[in-house]
Design a protein around this ligand. Structure first.
Ligand code: SF4
Ligand code: SF4
Length: 129
């Protein structure tokens, strides 16, 4: 099991999660950070400190960001990085590299949208159709 960094981190990279990780398994790319699934000890320390809610347990990844499980894992692909070598600041996974610039305004819109979705789900529970 591992935690995963998804799209909200892209172009934010404030590194708040890095200082929390007890095993130093969060690595920095050019536009986002990545969690090495082979090193993550599933401790949950990083997830609450992320200001944009980019970090998820792999079982809790939203469906629209499910591919970030592979994005994080493939970033540490041994074909591209010899075992034990850190890949800090050496570029990004192609999925991340291809994303348009993620503005802070856009992230606020995402977070408002997420809250709206949760409220809608709660409303469905209390007022079933
Ligand atoms: S869950 Fe723990 S070990 Fe895994 S990346 Fe987060 S802080 Fe590091
Ligand atoms: S705390 Fe969140 S936004 Fe900040 S670097 Fe980590 S994953 Fe990215």
């Amino acid at each position: 099991m591992t935690y995963v960094i998804a799209q909200p981190c892209v172009d934010i990279k404030d590194r708040a999660c890095v200082t929390e990780c007890p095993v130093d398994c969060i690595h920095e790319g050019a536009r986002t950070l990545y969690i090495n699934p082979a090193e993550c000890v599933d401790c949950h320390a990083c997830e609450p400190v992320c200001p944009v809610e980019a970090i998820f347990h792999e079982d809790d990844l939203p469906r629209h960001w499910a591919h970030y499980l592979a994005v994080n894992a493939e970033y540490f692909d041994e074909a591209a990085s010899p075992p034990g070598e850190r890949r800090d600041a050496v570029g990004d996974h192609p999925v991340v590299a291809a994303l348009p610039r993620q503005s802070v305004l856009h992230k606020k819109e995402i977070s408002v949208f997420a809250v709206g979705k949760e409220e809608a789900a709660d409303a469905d529970l209390w007022f079933p159709s």
